[in-house]
Design a protein around this ligand. Sequence first.
Ligand code: ADP
Length: 268
Amino acid sequence: MSGLSIENLSMRFELPNGTHVQALEDVTLKIEPGELMSVLGPSGCGKTTLLNIIAGFLAPTDGRVVLNGHRVTGPDAERGMVFQQGALFEWMSVRENVGFGPSMKGMPAGEKKQIVDHLLDVVGLGDFKEKAVYELSGGMQQRVALARCLANDPDVILMDEPLGALDALTREKMQSLVLKLWKETGKTIILITHSVEEALLLGERLLVMAPRPGRIHREYRLPFAEMGVDADLREVKKHPEFAERREEILAMIWDMEEEIMGRVEVAQ
Ligand code: ADP
């Protein structure tokens, strides 16, 4: 059995005051190898919890995650993570950051150099290999983070708001890069975002989650990621179905947030 299988996943956090939060309830999902899935939903609907369980950082209270036939029980290089801030090693050069995983695996220097050079060229940092991380802009640091993740050759790449801290123009360029990397590497990618437009652009599958308890609310299959591989993303956004879906999903999330606010007001 190959692919990623999320089976009846529940996560309940017990709080010190004796109450609890049901961050996820009975989430079931099958992701085929090479799929690009974006996850969207109001704050608190369990997106990060879901990603952290797939990464193996958190153990669920119920259910399980199975990757390529084996159960996930902890972190492993087969599941790479890219965070909002690159979480790079500040004291290492760009090259050393990207080569970190291969070094840990004991890869011979020649082979490592080849991989690192190739990946840095792919993410557009061919001229910055020897630079220190602090010399790079936020967008360039995220490019390093993507290259460092790919250097481990993971089966699944998990991205938690990877472009959330970038300015609009850099973000758009990085969205194109994510699509290019997805096509070129054939990796399975799961990407959390708060931006409806980004979720539409970067998800051939788009999962909308709902809060309290965190669960899957709706799922879409979309053509825009495939379109965006070769086209300007601004052109993709002009597609009539894009605007239609954006409005539909914005209204859906808006309604969920209104409901949450309503509940808070009633409780007060
Ligand atoms: P999202 O990423 O969609 O904003 P999270 O997965 O971060 O949502 O959180 C889902 C719910 O679980 C929230 O109500 C959050 O407060 C709660 N939660 C997350 N982590 C913990 C934790 N370690 N302890 C207690 N509650 C938590």
